[in-house]
Ligand binder design. Structure first.
Ligand code: FAD
Length: 971
């Protein structure tokens, strides 16, 4: 109970307070009437209105004040557990307070940041094991490891190995937590003024800097934005220089570039952060789109960085999609040759500036080496699709199955309306060792092996493209670059017993360090200082069995700066059921052969016209990437594509009327290229043979006798198959293909009806027939075995048009399998048109029509007659049909020295020289030389083909082909 005295004091205090209040109220009233306060009140009213319209306007004010509050906490040397946990919880909560903290910590001196890291390490590492020990020697030597799947797990399938920071999502961490892991990495950055990661390090007397980023990403700027919690802005900054961060971040040799010159002992994980940002952007946009769809935007947005993106995600894509550069026609069209990284980046940057862009790609899929070379476990194909989608959203168009140099020359593209061309055709021609036994079956290029698996899915049981058996087999991968690692790790996943054989030591290997480490972790044996000198095979089957391997030692450095491998003279043996050559690539000759004005180096790479420019010797034609550099890297290719795009953007503008005409022409041409390969006519020649007239306007325009098309049936898992052109009609825009139902793919093609389409038809491929004019006393003899007649037909027609006297010997098994021989049919029509110039002899094996026997029977008669002078001289023999028939013809004509060619096109994958699968062993002098049916042929001098080595190749995949037919219930 209070005393009387206390009560008295309370009254006095109350009286004093009342007087204070009255005085204060008086002062408030007086000040309230003053001009400064009136002005303040007006400002508050404006802010209140703004707050009602958009509450986010107050964020920055709040952030500034919040910073001051947090600063007080960081005055201590160490941050207490309570404060660390509170800060972390606030960071996790996202939203403005979280951003305040991120910015505050980003701006702290390194010592204070370290104090925070100590707290994180001490008090949070139980919850986040990756924080354990993080503060030791931080920031120079310690970082959060991006997530990598354990070797025993990852070799089971082709799942992504390095899942990076995003991999922590799979372990149950939230997206916000992952953002914070990346932010913790960003705050390690020193923000070096010299920006070595971006610009490289310039050394005295050195023209090019060491390291740095070939596409000049503002890396310090990117880290700063992350440090400030501005993830979306960091994405924008990154993509303004490189639209492929999700790709290059994963495959760049960062240890030689940005990270190689990082001043931290443990470099900033620049590549990982780059591809994290791209993935983050994708994920957040998907979340936002989902939330917008569900009407739950405020929920998603509350307290997370998603809020920042609501607006941009909602608006960006439709706004971009709305502009169609082909309709607007305000910029001239640009053609891009090849859809590898160099082509994609050029296409993106030009499309972004409103240029109508068409990418012409030889394959049916886009991405170049990124798709057919680098496996899914390293670079998911979905990421290439993302880039393609971005370009399409900007109005970019893609014409697949279009081989520039074959389907059209560069000049034809320019004539069609394309203002400028960028040639990013890569360096797709695989190198071989040229050692004995390299012709054996199952000695193949890494391009072929990887294309079969990555592009055609040959490792999947339900696809049609065959693959050598790998499980339990001895696989030797020769080489030490990324290609070797990819081939070896792919074979390891197919359960092979894999050895990488490399002539130097691991230190000299050109592969990315991470790939080599991963290969070794996955159980691949690396045999260094070894170089195969000969392969040995089974005498009967011609399958490879083993290798003699030279033992090397290192000598003095060579031009590459690496120590030269020297043969010690000693050898060892290694078992080998499959040998994969990963020795690098040289330039594919298709483009240079089609354009003599294009200057190329002695290695076939396209030369740049002048320093500091990507322009070639052909004005308006630019190049870059592997096409210009030889085998290089994805980021250097992207850098070249970027440089070329910038050069094109800097070109003076054309008059708008000219632009409109060019766009109209290029658009028409693009649409022709895009049109479906649909069947417009079909004739069943026999129950097993179909004649299809197929819509293929750009192929038909360029077709010449002797060339072939590479077709892809529709449907999942289909296989690419070469088919010699039986005819074409440039005006109607069609090609004619005759197909025998022998395997599942040909079965699918034969089953096509009018109106149905195949997935694609590329061509015309290969060399056209070499045509010579002969005298009236000479004969050109064609031996066509069964399905050899359709390819013979256009060649025969050209000879007749030249006025040559021709003999066609067309052989069939029996009368009921014959076609094109009736009145009004093709052969009879030629006879009608060319009269005496054409003599036709039919043979049937069973004698049911014409001469009984093989085509060789009448051929022999002609040869004997010519030799004895009783018949006309034989100028040349052209044999097309089953391989054994062609060999028999070659054997027959050889003693008579009658020039003979065989048309070979059966074992191919890409059919443009990229894989080397169509290898033909040829004897030149006393040397065995590789020819490729798709590049050098399909017609090859039948007398120099080593048929004994060549024929077994036709049986290489017989078992798989049979299994496919059984699987589909055809047999
Ligand atoms: P490419 O990627 O080769 O693309 C060229 C495209 O042009 C292809 O799609 C091709 O089909 C098309 N084309 C060719 N000729 C024509 C024509 N006449 N008409 C139309 N289209 C045509 N680099 C790295 O940085 N890191 C790595 O980890 C890495 N790993 C690799 C692994 C493998 C297996 C291989 C083979 C290469 C690897 N590289 C790597 C190298 C890198 O992929 C290349 O340097 C890069 O892809 C080159 O890009 P580009 O645009 O010049 O050509």
């Amino acid at each position: 109970m209070s005393s009387h005295m206390d009560r008295q004091e309370d009254v006095l205090r109350w009286e004093a307070a009342r007087q204070d209040l009255a005085g204060a109220q008086k002062r408030v009233d007086q000040l309230g009437a003053s001009e400064p306060v009136a002005q303040f009140r007006r400002q508050v009213a404006v802010l209140e209105q703004a707050l009602a319209a958009d509450p986010r306007v107050f964020r920055s004010v709040f952030i500034e004040q919040g910073m001051a509050a947090v600063a007080w906490e960081f005055k201590q040397r160490d941050i207490s557990e309570q404060i660390t946990l509170a800060i972390w919880e606030q960071l996790l909560a996202g939203g403005d307070a979280s951003t305040v903290l991120m910015r505050f910590i980003w701006n702290l001196p390194v010592g204070k940041k370290r104090a925070f890291l100590r707290g994180v390490d001490r008090y949070l590492s139980e919850r986040y094991p990756m924080f354990k020990g993080l503060s030791d020697s931080w920031p120079a030597e310690n970082a959060i490891e991006p997530y990598i799947i354990e070797p025993e797990e990852r070799v089971k399938d082709s799942r992504l190995v390095n899942t990076g920071y995003m991999g922590y999502l799979d372990l149950g961490y939230s997206l916000r937590e992952v953002e914070l892991f990346v932010w913790l990495e960003a705050i390690r950055d020193k923000q070096c003024a010299e920006k070595p990661c971006e610009l490289g390090v310039f050394l005295a007397g050195q023209k090019e800097p060491d390291g740095g980023c070939p596409v000049k990403i503002n890396i310090p700027g990117m880290f700063e934005l992350i440090g400030l919690g501005k993830f979306a802005e960091a994405v924008d900054l990154l993509e303004s220089a490189n639209p492929l961060p999700n790709v290059t971040g994963r495959v760049c040799p960062q240890e030689l570039q940005c990270q190689g010159v990082c001043i931290h002992k443990r470099p900033m994980t620049i590549g990982q952060v780059e591809w994290f940002l791209a993935e983050w952007d994708k994920k957040v946009k998907a979340l936002v789109a989902e939330a917008v769809r569900d009407g739950a935007v405020p929920e998603v947005a509350r307290g997370t960085s998603v809020a920042d993106l609501v607006q941009s995600a909602g608006l960006a894509a439709p706004a971009e999609a709305a502009f169609d550069p082909w309709t607007a026609a305000i910029k001239p069209p640009v053609g891009i040759v090849g859809s590898g990284p160099s082509g994609l980046i050029a296409a993106y940057l030009l499309a972004r500036e409103g240029f109508p862009v068409t990418v012409f790609e030889a394959f049916h899929e886009l991405g170049g080496v990124l798709r057919y070379g680098i496996p899914e476990f390293r670079l998911p194909n979905e990421l290439i699709d993302d880039v393609v989608t971005k370009i399409k959203l900007l109005g970019g168009r893609f014409v697949t199955n279009f081989v520039v140099g074959k389907t059209a020359t560069m000049q034809e593209l320019i004539d069609a309306g394309f203002w400028k061309l960028f040639v990013g055709s890569g360096a797709g021609l695989p190198k071989f060792m040229n050692v004995p036994g390299e012709d054996l079956i199952n000695v193949m290029s890494a391009n072929e092996f990887l294309t079969r698996v990555n592009l055609m899915g040959a490792d999947q049981p339900e696809t049609e493209t065959p693959l050598p058996e790998v499980a339990g087999k001895h696989v030797l991968v020769i080489g030490g670059g990324n290609t070797a690692m990819d081939a070896a790790r792919t074979a390891q996943r197919l359960k092979g017993n894999v050895h990488i054989v490399y002539r130097r030591t691991q230190a000299e290997m050109p592969a990315r360090v991470e790939e080599l480490e991963h290969a070794i972790e996955e159980g691949i044996v690396v045999a260094t200082l070894r170089s195969p000198s000969e392969f040995h095979g089974d005498a009967e089957t011609h399958f490879v069995k083993s290798a003699t391997v030279a033992i090397m030692e290192l000598g003095e450095p060579d031009d590459s700066g690496r120590r030269r491998p020297i043969d010690t003279g000693q050898t060892t043996h290694m078992k080998a059921d499959l040998v994969i050559m990963a020795l690098g690539n040289s330039a594919n000759p298709i483009i240079k052969d089609s354009e003599p004005r294009l200057a190329v180096s002695r290695w076939g790479s396209i030369e740049l016209d002048r320093e500091g420019s990507q322009e070639t010797s052909l004005a308006g034609v630019y190049t870059g990437g592997d096409a210009a550099r030889g085998g290089s890297t994805a980021i250097l290719a992207a850098g070249d594509g970027q440089a070329a795009a910038r050069e094109i953007l800097a070109e003076p503008e054309l008059p708008i009327s000219q632009v409109k005409a060019m766009v109209a022409g290029a658009k028409h041409y693009t649409e022709m290229g895009e049109s479906l390969a649909s069947v417009v006519e079909k004739v069943d020649l026999t129950p097993e043979i179909a004649e299809l007239v197929v819509n293929a306007p750009v192929v038909a325009r360029s077709a010449q006798a002797g060339q072939f098309a590479r077709v892809l049936p529709a449907g999942e898992g289909a296989e690419l198959i070469p088919l010699t052109l039986a005819d074409w009609d440039a005006d109607a825009g069609t090609i004619t293909l005759v197909i025998q139902d022998v395997g599942w793919s040909s079965h699918q093609l034969c089953a096509l009806e009018v109106g149905q389409a195949m997935a694609g038809a590329a061509g015309p491929l290969g060399q056209p027939s070499k045509l010579h004019q002969y005298g009236a006393d000479e004969r050109v003899v064609f031996t066509a075995g069964g399905l050899g007649l359709p390819p013979v037909y256009p060649i025969l027609r050209e000879h007749l048009r030249l006025g040559n006297h021709c003999v066609l010997i067309a052989g069939f098994r029996s009368k009921d399998l014959m076609f094109w021989h009736g009145e009004g049919d093709r052969v009879e029509s030629l006879k009608a048109e060319f009269g005496d110039l054409l003599e036709v002899i039919y043979t049937t094996n069973d004698g049911s029509f014409g001469v009984e026997g093989f085509v060789t029977t009448p051929l022999e008669g002609l040869l004997v007659a010519a030799a004895s002078g009783d018949g006309p001289k034989l100028a040349e023999v052209i044999a097309i049909g089953p391989a054994v028939m062609m060999r028999a013809v070659a054997d027959l004509t050889r003693p008579y020295k009658v020039p003979t060619v065989a048309s070979l096109n059966s074992i191919m994958v890409d059919a443009t020289g990229m894989c080397g699968a169509c290898m033909v062993p040829v004897i030149e002098g006393d040397r065995l030389v590789r020819k490729h049916a798709c590049i050098d042929g399909p017609e090859i001098d039948a007398h120099v083909i080593d048929w004994a080595k060549f024929l077994p190749r036709f049986n290489q995949y017989k078992d798989q082909e049979k299994a496919a037919l059984e699987r589909h219930g055809v047999i």
